[in-house]
Design a protein around this ligand. Structure first.
Ligand SMILES: [Zn+2]
Length: 170
């Protein structure tokens, strides 16, 4: 019986499923959910018969060939199965390609609080001027185009001297 969501007692729809997916974290940046990152592109809920619901979750990889995507797809399936949804498909969509513009404002705030400068659509990898997540100074400089992972660049703050990652815009 999955016509109604047990927690909220509302009919199961895209919004309810999206709410569940907000609890799944990105494996690389655990403070961000896959919804914050904009990885979840669409959710389709189809009722085949009363109590018989089919769910399709469409996800897009943040980076091509990102090995985390299989892990994320598996987590979605496990979570929804645990909630009682038997028919779940996770589709990986390749186009349009993921862009940092899909990251939610909430996600950018969480990223900054975590110590990673969020993507800024004004530039991809600026030589300087990225705000330091620690002291907010813009007196920062690029150390390396590759930070802890390929999707980040490494900067150092000239004021507080802290090195930090910047999530590259693309
Ligand atoms: Zn600083």
């Amino acid at each position: 019986m999955m016509n109604y969501d047990n927690k909220t007692n509302t009919p199961v729809n895209e919004r309810v499923i999206m709410g569940y997916l907000e609890e799944i974290c990105d494996p690389e940046i655990p403070v961000l959910s896959i919804v914050d990152l904009g990885i979840v592109r669409a959710i389709k809920v189809k009722e085949d018969a009363p109590g018989d619901i089919e769910i399709e979750v469409i996800i897009t990889s943040t980076y091509t060939g990102c090995p985390a995507m299989d892990m994320i797809a598996a987590e979605i399936r496990v979570m929804l199965a645990t909630l009682g949804f038997k028919k779940v498909t996770v589709t990986q969509s390749l186009s349009p390609a993921w862009t940092t513009a899909w990251m939610s404002e909430e996600g950018k705030k969480k990223l900054n609080a975590y110590g990673i400068a969020p993507p800024d659509k004004r530039f991809t990898i600026p030589a300087d001027g990225v705000a330091c997540p620690q002291c907010k100074s813009c007196n920062t400089k690029l150390l390396s185009e590759f930070g802890s992972t390929a999707c980040k660049a490494l900067y150092q703050c000239s004021d507080c001297r802290e090195p930090f990652d910047y999530f590259k815009c693309h």
